[in-house]
Write a protein that binds this ligand. Structure first.
Ligand SMILES: [Zn+2]
Ligand SMILES: [Zn+2]
Length: 534
């Protein structure tokens, strides 16, 4: 008890500190509950430094801490939670440049207190694994589509169909967040919450799930969630216009333009507080802008639009359809593995990667998933390209990532095919099949984890190089032509490094998606086995 107490004390964070700081921000004067809730949660997110932890790093932390093997309803106590949070923040500091380190102890203290207040209101000293995962995956940084993909992986069955009861459980957990910041009356959980998201009880697959949760407008109970992401995206957007109410000339964030009064524009602070002056009233319809276009730019856009150069009506979520299909496809391929019904034939252009041996394939995957210098899929010059990888830096275009993704999928399919064959050769007893399948899965997971570690090391190395490349230039260099050339080269190198780092990060994300899918399959399979052989 004493030890526990002193440990808590070390964090030097008073239990109510976060809430007191939040109150000092005076968010309650915002008259629209959606904005109020999003602002409050964004405040909590930033104050706890969760916005710096990408959702993929969060998922990795869950895995590193063994949460994947635990049942969603399993309970973890506060001191284990503290350990998990500290591993998240220490890892974060490792990724951050030395000049931008966060105060780990303070962040742990703030977040721990917030989580306990939110999820352990009756002070049992325990939280469920699922509430922890749902909370951290919602409140961390990263794209909303990635978060939703992860959440879907947690609430769907192994054939990729959402389990309504699990979605209900997710809502129950995630809606404790608005409740924790005193917005329960607008966004608290009710037993009708699920129905408001999915009125019809039909099969919900990943794409439909994303469609619904990322729709405009999103389901009423979750409307604050995409807004929180939009808030984060516009935080540093500057509009060179004067606010018609407060006359401030440094408008940051959202900008609101009245649809009735000509040239009447408000900054977000004035609009959210319901300010209005002159002939304008806060009953007028306002349009929200998250960027600023100069009149000249607008004109050229209008002209090219009328000439048919720009597609009319942009899709609401440009990245989403492509992204959404990936995990599904992966789950599908891996799923075949267990079914024994190998649908590898549906991947028609697979000869090259399937023709190589298992280990060759692994190597191929290893090289390719780093994302540079791999041959076109139809090509047969693999060995050649491997030699080039050290100096060729080809960077990811979306289609390249797609190819890479397809390669990973094919690799999984290849393993599936092997598992299928081996079961055909030996007498097909369920046990040996499961055993083989599990072994293969574990192997694949281990390989992917190794790959992930390699990529992390590579990123670390690149980051160091990058930091060196971005050192400030000494004054003398400005005159010396040789130094200037070197400097230019260095800058060029720096840009290259930056691009390569982001390409590597992207590859890691894909690996993570796959790992998640595999882990889930493995767990499902183990549960099935446990049920079948008591
Ligand atoms: Zn203003
Ligand atoms: Zn007006």
């Amino acid at each position: 008890m004493i030890e526990e107490g002193s440990k808590r004390g070390k964090a030097m964070v008073e239990k109510r500190q976060l809430f007191m700081e939040m109150r000092a921000q005076n968010f309650d004067v915002i008259r629209l509950s959606t904005y109020r809730t999003a602002c409050k949660l964004r405040f909590v997110q930033k104050r706890c430094n969760l916005h710096l932890v990408d959702v993929w790093n969060m998922i990795e932390a869950f895995r590193d801490n063994g949460l994947n093997t635990l049942d969603h309803n399993a309970e973890i106590n506060v001191s284990r939670l503290e350990t998990i949070l500290s591993s998240i923040y220490y890892q974060l500091n490792k990724r951050l440049p030395t000049t931008h380190q966060i105060n780990v102890e303070q962040s742990i203290g703030l977040l721990l207190n917030f989580m306990v207040a939110t999820y352990d209101s009756e002070s049992h000293g325990k939280l469920t694994v699922f509430s922890m995962k749902a909370m951290l995956a919602t409140m961390c940084g990263g794209k909303i589509v990635d978060k939703l993909r992860y959440i879907f992986s947690q609430i769907s069955d192994s054939s990729g169909v959402m389990v309504f009861a699990k979605f209900d459980q997710f809502l129950r957990e995630v809606l404790k967040l608005p409740t924790a910041v005193f917005e329960g009356p607008s966004f608290g959980y009710t037993e009708h919450s699920v129905r408001t998201c999915f009125p019809q009880q039909k099969k919900i697959m990943l794409n439909t799930f994303l469609d619904v949760l990322m729709a405009d407008p999103p389901p009423q109970c979750l409307v604050w969630l995409p807004l929180m992401h939009r808030l984060a995206n516009v935080e540093n957007v500057f509009h060179p216009v004067e606010c018609s109410y407060c006359r401030s000339e440094s408008m940051m964030g959202f900008r609101y333009r009245c649809q009735q009064c000509h040239g009447y524009q408000l900054c977000q602070s004035c609009f959210w507080r319901g300010h209005a002056n002159g002939p304008h009233s806060n009953q007028h319809q306002m349009k929200e802008h998250s960027s600023w276009k100069s009149p000249a730019k607008k004109l050229s856009h209008a002209i090219s639009k009328s000439l048919g150069c720009v597609p009319i009506g942009e899709p609401p979520h440009p990245v989403f359809p492509e992204q959404a299909e990936r995990p599904q496809e992966l789950t599908h391929t891996a799923w075949c593995h267990f079914e024994g019904a190998i649908r590898v034939t549906s991947l028609k252009d697979d000869q090259t990667s399937l023709a190589v041996t298992h280990s060759g394939c692994q190597f191929f995957l290893t090289q390719d998933s780093v994302g540079f210098g791999f041959p076109p899929i139809s090509g047969n010059n693999r060995g050649q390209s491997l030699n080039q990888t050290t100096d060729v830096i080809v960077l990811e275009s979306p289609s390249r990532l797609d190819e890479e993704h397809r390669l990973i999928a094919r690799y999984a399919a290849r393993l599936a095919a092997e598992a299928g064959n081996s079961t055909q050769q030996c007498p097909p007893t369920d046990l040996s099949f499961n055993f083989d399948a599990n072994k293969q899965q574990r192997q694949l997971i281990a390989e992917l984890e190794n790959k992930n570690r390699e990529i992390l090391q590579e990123i670390q190395r690149l980051r160091l190089e990058h930091e060196q490349a971005s050192q400030p230039t000494p004054e003398k260099a400005q005159q010396n032509p040789t130094l200037l050339t070197e400097l230019r080269l260095l800058r060029h190198r720096k840009d290259e490094l930056e691009r390569r780092m982001s390409a590597l990060q992207e590859s890691r994300r894909e690996l993570m998606v796959q790992l998640e899918g595999l882990m889930r399959l493995l767990k499902d399979e183990e549960q099935k086995q446990a049920v079948s052989c008591p």
